[in-house]
Design a binder for this molecule. Structure first.
Ligand code: AMP
Length: 115
């Protein structure tokens, strides 16, 4: 069996995390190394390694994660000025934690293209 990701360990209470919201399918965690004034991570309880592993069976879960991303963007006050949802996938995508998560970044002007 593969090792539990850091996010699974936070969800189980094994290690601490700044959890902003949770429901039966996901949690929202404040990123420990924020890249913007507001940097949240929407993380499914199901340890899908990344979006690159998603199948049609994950459609409902993936939709739910985006709806929660929009909801926490509104509740954290970044929705009015705009924000960015990012999913890093694999090595070239810059993914460090092999447990699917959506970054929700806002609170400052974000630039394009990303580095
Ligand atoms: P990624 O590079 O897309 O895999 O993003 C992983 C993110 O998880 C990074 O932005 C990290 O700062 C963040 N991170 C890693 N460990 C923790 C932790 N213990 N609590 C909150 N965020 C974390």
């Amino acid at each position: 069996m593969s090792e539990a990701s850091i996010f699974t360990r936070i969800m189980s209470g094994e290690i601490p995390g700044d959890i902003l919201f949770e429901d039966e399918l996901c949690i929202v965690l404040r990123d420990i190394a924020p890249e913007a004034p507001s940097h949240l991570l929407v993380i499914p309880r199901q340890p899908l390694p990344g979006v690159q592993d998603a199948t049609h069976e994950d459609k409902t879960l993936l939709g739910h994660l985006l709806v929660v991303a929009a909801q926490v963007a509104r509740s954290s006050g970044i929705a009015e000025d705009g924000y960015r949802c990012v999913i890093n996938a694999g090595s070239h995508g810059g993914q460090q934690v092999p447990h699917l998560h959506i970054h929700v970044l806002g609170g400052r002007q974000l630039h394009w293209p990303p580095g």
